[in-house]
Write a protein that binds this ligand. Structure first.
Ligand SMILES: [Zn+2]
Length: 245
């Protein structure tokens, strides 16, 4: 193959290389994005669990406060009944016994009252913390939901792009002669998916090594299919603008 025909073949190869690289990128993204979603799901689940734990802790404390208030009301009631009994006593001994009983009840009631006050202070603090946490949780949840939706859209777009690239790739492959295609595939397999590379200012963009000046001149002038002496990739030259020195 020589001349014009080969030049056309090379430009098909350059295009094919671009498409194949894009297919590679899409394939990686198609693998990474669902992993990202899975990680986000995991984080969101942990956040939800922590939120629920905080809520149930608050509810538990609130219930305990209710129990304590009931206990306190019963204590007040008992105190009143016990005091009423004082009016019916007949002996001093009995009177002293009831006074002792009243003293015990009053002590217990006062302890209960202290407990209620402490619990209410705790509850107020926790309520504040919980409110901040709820707000943060809501923000993060809406961020999580919109981000997840965005990624899902991205994934379905990737499927569209991939089908498009695969179509283009097979169309291009039909244009490239089979022996050249074979060469392309072999180099691509051996050289990290990159078989056709630009050389600019004598530097091969595949291996970043310099090619001999004579070869560089030949590359710019001849229509032969040339390879990088270092990495063996198919090389081409397209004016990148500026001074090529
Ligand atoms: Zn090279």
């Amino acid at each position: 193959m020589k001349g014009k025909n080969l030049k056309a073949q090379l430009s098909f190869l350059i295009e094919l290389q671009g498409i194949d690289l894009k297919i590679g990128e899409i394939t990686i993204k198609k693998k990474e994005l669902p992993e990202k979603i899975a990680q986000m799901d995991e984080e969101f689940m942990a956040m939800t669990a922590s939120m629920e734990e905080a809520r149930s802790k608050f509810e538990e404390l609130n219930k305990r406060r209710g129990d304590n208030e009931d206990k306190f009301k019963r204590g007040v009631d008992t105190l009143k009944k016990t005091k009423d009994r004082l009016l019916e006593v007949k002996t001093n001994k009995e009177y002293q016994a009831i006074l002792k009983e009243i003293e015990t009840i009053e002590k217990k009631n006062s302890d209960n009252e202290d407990e209620i006050i402490t619990a209410m202070e705790d509850l107020d603090n926790i309520k504040g913390v919980l409110r901040t946490k709820e707000k943060d949780f809501d923000d993060r949840r809406s961020r999580y939901e919109s981000e997840k939706q965005k990624i899902a859209q991205e994934i379905s777009q990737l499927d569209v792009d991939l089908a498009d690239c695969q179509q283009k790739s097979s169309d291009l492959r039909r244009q490239v002669r089979s022996e050249l295609q074979k060469k392309y595939e072999i180099i691509k397999g051996a050289r990290n998916g990159l078989a056709v590379v630009l050389v600019w200012k004598e530097v091969c963009s595949g291996c970043h090594m310099n090619i001999p000046p004579q070869l560089y001149i030949e590359l710019q002038r001849s229509a032969d299919l040339l390879s990088c002496p270092n990495c063996n990739r198919i090389i081409y030259w397209i004016n990148q603008g500026g001074t090529d020195a």
